[in-house]
Structure formats: C-alpha cells, structure tokens
Design a protein around this ligand. Structure first.
Ligand code: HEC
Ligand code: HEC
Length: 590
C-alpha cells in the first residue's frame, strides 16, 4: 500500500499567496517533470550502489544493512519525503535541494557529505533517487521553491517579541521554553516512520539538519522538515516574525551558530572563601566553561550508536583544600525513577548474532586497551574498510523487532508527563588513579590493567549517594569503599547541572596538585534513551589544568583587619550611645 503520501496544497490561501507575493523561483516550474536521461540514471545507479546502498538499501527503502544502527534512520526514498527543501511543506524537493544534501551531508546524523563526487555523478544520483518514488512523475507534486530573502543583521531588540511569538504559536511545546528540545510534547514525538525523533535543540544550531546560517534557519522554519513533526510556518508566521525567531535562536546560541567551539582544555579557577556546593552555579562564576563533544560508545559490547547527549559543559574551581567540578548538559527529560550503574550488563543483539561474531567483528577489546589509543586501532581499521564489513552482516541487527531498539521505543511512547524510563540519567567523571608518567593515558573506557582509573559516579535517581568505582578495564570495574565526592544535582529548563566536590588529595585517588594537568574523561547516560552500563555517551580524555595559586595577597587580610576594627568601633559607639540614651520614662510625653 504505497499510495502517494506527499501532501497536496491544503488551502487556496497558499496558492494565491505564492502568486501574489511573487515567490516563484525559476526551477522547477509548476508541473514540470524532469527525470533525466537513461544514461544519467545509469551513472547514478553505479554511484548509488557503491556509496549509498549500504545505508539507504538497494531499493532505496532506507533499509541498508547499516540502517538498524542509525538514528535518524537513512531516508526511505520510496516515500518521496525529504526534510531539507526550499519548497513548501509537504512538497517534493527541487533537484538543487537534493544536490546540496549529497554534497554537504546532514550534520549530526550518519549522512556524510560527498564533495568528491563529480557534478555529473551528483546529477546522476539526483535522477536515480527520483526513480525510487513515483511521486516524482506527478506534475502536481511539484511547487516552486520559496525564496529566502537576504538575512537582516541580528537585532537583540527582536528577541523579546520573538520569544512571545515562539511561545504563542507552540514552538515551545516541542522545543522547550529555553529551546533545549525539552518541550512537554518532546518525549512523545515520532517521525512518519514511527521512530522516535527529538525536537532540535535550538540553542545548538550547529546540529541543525538543514544548516545553521540565518538563511538556512529561516528556510527550515518556513518549509518545515517533511516526514517529521516539524511543520512549515510560511503561512503561520510573517517573514518579519520568522526573522525575529531567527534572532531569538541566535540569542540562545550565543557565538556558536555553526561552530560549537569545543574546548581542548579545562582550566580550573582558584577561588577564595571556601567551596560550598550550596552556592550552585554561582560558585563557578568566572571559571571558563569548556564544551566537550560526547560520542556514542561503540568500541565495546553494549554499544550506543545514537547517544542522547551531544555535548557536556564542564567548569572547575579549587582552593587550598578542595577541587570542584560543575558538569551540565541538555536533556529532554530528567529521568529519576529508574536506576543506573556503570557496570550494568547490556544484552547484545540476539542469540544468532553470536557473541563470537561480535568479538571478531568489532575487534578484540584487549588489543584495543593495549594500544592505548582513543578508540583503539581496530575501530579505525574498520572504518577504513568502508565498502566491506564495517557494519557486519549481523542479521539480528536488521531485524527491527529484534529487541535492540525496542526499549527505547517503548519509553518514547510512554507519555510526556511521566518519567517511565527504566534507567535513570547518570554521569561519571573519570580520572586516572595516578598521574600518567608519560603521554600514555589509560584506556579511555574504564581504564586497563596497567593503568587503573577512578569513576566518580552519580545515579541521578539517587544523587545523595554518589559512588567511587575503580576500573582496570571493563571486565574489572568495581565499587571502591573510599569516600565519595560530595554531589549536588539539579535539573531545570532542559538542563542537568551536577556539582562534584572532593579534597584535592585524599590519599588513595588522583591528586589535583597545582601546576599539573589531570586527565579527565566523562561518561553520561541518558535514561530516556535506555542507556546503562557501557551503553553510554563518552568523551575523549581532556586535561584539567590546575594553575598554581598566587601567594595570598596581603591586601584582603588588611581589609579584613580594617573591617574588624571598624566593627568594634561601631559597637563601642552604639554601647556608649545606649548608655546615654534617655530612659523610656524620661522620653514619654508628660
Ligand atoms: C552511513 C550511512 C549513509 C550513507 C552511506 C548515505 N546516507 Fe544518505 N542519509 C543517511 C541518513 C541517516 C539520512 C537521514 C538523516 C536525517 O533524517 O536527518 C540520510 C538522508 C539522505 C537524504 C535525504 C535528505 C532529506 O532532505 O531528507 C538524501 C537525499 C541522501 N541521504 C542521499 C544519499 C546519497 C545520494 C548517498 C550516496 C552518495 C547517501 N545518502 C549515503 C545515511 C547515509
Ligand atoms: C510538533 C513539534 C514541533 C513544533 C510545534 C515545532 N517544531 Fe521545530 N522541530 C521539531 C522536530 C521534531 C525537529 C527535528 C527534525 C529532525 O531532526 O529531523 C524540529 C526542528 C527544528 C529546527 C531545526 C531545523 C533543522 O534544520 O534541523 C528549527 C530551527 C525549528 N525546529 C524551529 C521551530 C520553530 C521556530 C517552531 C515554531 C514556529 C517549531 N520549530 C515548532 C518539532 C517541532
């Protein structure tokens, strides 16, 4: 049952609007069908079979053998639904729209760009993709592209009004008040294929599928993304309102529209007056925030191919006694009802997949540990071998119902107001047990036999009970009985903020000495995404620099002394005055 699914013009309003406002772009003209020549489509097929079919499938149905591991799933071209278009919502893309996606790819998805293909090959691909859906043969399925006017410069004055429009028209329902993708409907959203989909995090335009320039954002708001709950607002919002919303989005993103500005170092800031976690974020004021990318852990069993968390921000402060970290990240829902642990076992695929296959397919983890590289060598080898067995011929993985994604879908169906996740959100800071002598770091995931690590782990279902774990590899990850750090956690407006405090030297664990660079790697678990155990998001190692504290300046001490002297004087004056105040009886009027 493969009826035409492209939505037709819904209202006469749009058609007359298109004509009156004169948004007609040159190509394709209404009703003009261009399916290319046999030769062009044949060129396209050759390239497609070589570079595209492993994801998009031989028949374009989005069911290549890599598909089960990917979210969003590779596009099913038989549907005729394209996200990134210059045409009105529900319509087919232009050839240029498709061409652009092939050339630049789709950020933060598995869809790579193919800049190395020749123009003739790309044109061939465009025509070949069109053969997968009969919609492209229908003159009525085409409408001219909407034009995007040149972007006006950013104006902070628009932000207030835009925010109001954003709330009123319902963007916040999906994207959240602060745009972090945490609206009340967010946990329930699914795409047209029934797969869970997240409302974009509007404070991170660099993750947008259709590009992060002001024009791109305006276009995506106008046209919507077909196949997703993201409608087009070319009718609902005036061009001025759309540009205002672009300003609002830019105000959320700060400087980082297309560039996240990832850090390579965390610099701790010396503070005075004691480290009191009760002060919350304020304690970390002035400490440079470092944004670190989070990747799915795909090297060891229990892989996470589509981690829920894209990036974590970290700040560090210290004084003579203690060191403290603040880790924050965006999360569409706080999952506190379940439990979590770094050692929870994640069942791999299903029985036929065979753990032996797994072992040889993904390479031998022990070997990876010995290499001490970030992902271990074998992961690189596999990605080099792009045409071959990268994704394995894992039959069970392709079986959609086969339990690999199941849990996630259930929890996505679970409703917006309830936290029904089986696993709670969790975070761990990982440090080597002692400073590495050379440049070699412990294995990034749970350490290795020669280079143990410690994990400061918090199950956010139980933030009052943080734990320290010691890892000598994933097979040797055990709770330690030493004192856990102090932790304070909060979730607000789509963002977790977790504070850790520990003494700089506690005897057994890593020491935070002045002038040293202490390696740090984070693990983060998104309960909504059923992450637990080694199914988690991870960062690489990053150095935390603890600068030498300046020798205390005599000035604050002098100021303190002066303040005490002043206070004593004031007390004396008050006492003297009181002594000389007339008594109540004397004061009372006769
Ligand atoms: C590694 C997997 C992978 C490969 C290889 C791949 N794609 Fe994709 N592609 C995807 C995924 C995943 C999406 C969906 C992204 C999304 O929905 O945001 C996608 C989406 C697309 C889209 C849809 C754009 C839209 O507006 O909806 C087009 C067109 C496309 N791919 C073309 C190609 C072509 C042509 C090739 C080969 C030259 C190719 N892809 C190779 C994974 C892949
Ligand atoms: C019903 C839920 C829903 C509503 C309402 C909604 N969006 Fe979206 N929006 C989504 C989803 C889901 C995505 C992600 C689509 C994807 O990743 O493919 C998205 C994506 C986006 C993107 C990123 C586009 C890109 O290129 O990736 C922007 C910008 C955006 N929405 C803005 C808005 C604005 C502005 C409004 C209100 C005028 C709005 N959205 C209303 C669900 C919604």
């Amino acid at each position: 049952m493969r009826g035409r699914r492209v939505r037709r013009l819904r209202s006469p309003g749009l058609a007359s609007w298109v004509l009156c406002v004169g948004l007609i772009a040159s190509s394709p003209l209404l009703g003009q069908v261009d399916l290319g020549t046999d030769e062009q489509r044949a060129t396209g097929k050759v390239v497609y079979d070589k570079y595209c079919s492993q994801c998009h499938g031989d028949t374009g149905a989005g069911d290549g053998y890599a598909a089960p591991y990917l979210r969003p799933k590779p596009r099913d071209f038989t549907s005729g639904k394209y996200k990134i278009r210059s045409t009105p919502n529900g319509m087919l893309p232009t050839d240029d729209d498709i061409r652009r996606v092939i050339e630049v790819g789709i950020p933060y998805t598995a869809m790579p760009g193919f800049p190395e293909l020749s123009p003739a090959e790309v044109t061939g691909l465009v025509y070949y993709l069109k053969t997968f859906s009969s919609d492209f043969e229908d003159p009525e399925a085409y409408l001219p592209a909407l034009t995007t006017p040149p972007a006006p410069p950013f104006s902070a004055d628009n932000v207030e009004n835009a925010k109001r429009v954003y709330e009123e028209i319902g963007c916040a329902r999906c994207h959240g008040t602060s745009g972090r993708g945490d609206g009340s409907s967010a946990p329930t959203l699914v795409d047209d294929w029934g797969d869970p989909i997240r409302a974009a995090d509007l404070s991170r335009p660099w993750t947008f599928r259709g590009g992060a320039s002001r024009e791109d954002i305006y276009r995506s708001i106008s046209t919507g993304l077909n196949g997703t709950p993201m409608a087009g607002f070319e009718e609902g919002l005036s061009p001025e309102e759309r540009w205002q919303i672009v300003d609002f989005i830019q105000s959320l993103a700060g400087d980082s529209m297309s560039d996240p500005g990832y850090a390579s170092l965390v610099t701790a800031r010396a503070v005075e007056g004691g480290i009191d976690l009760e002060r919350g974020a304020e304690l970390f004021e002035g400490a440079e925030p470092a944004l670190l990318p989070v990747l799915g852990q795909i090297v060891q069993p229990g892989r996470s191919f589509h981690p829920g968390v894209v990036a974590v921000e970290i700040q560090a402060v210290y004084d003579r006694e203690d060191v403290a970290f603040r880790v924050s990240w965006h999360d569409i829902q706080a999952n506190r009802n379940g439990t979590n642990g770094p050692d929870l076992v994640v069942e791999e695929m299903s029985a036929e997949a065979g753990s032996e296959d797994e072992g040889s397919f993904w390479g031998d983890e022990e070997a990876a540990e010995d290499e001490g590289g970030f992902w271990g060598d074998e992961a690189e080898d596999e990605s080099d071998d792009a045409g071959g067995d990268f994704w394995g011929d894992d039959a069970a993985g392709e079986d959609d119902g086969g339990g690999f994604w199941d849990d996630t879908e259930e929890s996505a169906d679970g409703g917006s107001d309830g936290d029904l996740a089986e696993f709670s959100d969790a975070i761990a800071l990982q440090f080597p047990r002692s400073l590495p002598a050379g440049i070699r770091q412990p294995y990034f995931l749970n350490g290795d036999s020669q280079n143990p690590v410690e994990l400061w782990f918090v199950d956010l279902g139980y933030p009052e009970a943080p734990e320290v774990w010691e890892g000598r590899g994933s097979q040797a990850l055990v709770p330690s009985d030493e004192d856990a750090p102090f932790v304070a956690a909060s979730y607000e407006d789509g963002r977790w903020s977790v504070l850790f405090k520990r003494s700089r030297r506690n005897g057994q664990g890593i020491a935070f000495d002045e002038g040293t660079f202490v390696p740090l790697a984070l693990s983060v678990w998104d309960g909504f995404n059923d992450e637990r155990g080694s199914k988690r998001g991870v960062t690489a190692w990053y150095p935390v620099y603890v600068p030498p504290m300046e020798s205390p300046s005599p000035f604050p001490k002098m100021a303190k002394t002066a303040a005490i002297v002043l206070l004593v004087e004031l007390l004396i004056i008050a006492w003297v005055r009181r002594r000389h105040r007339p008594s109540a009886a004397e004061e009372a009027p006769a």
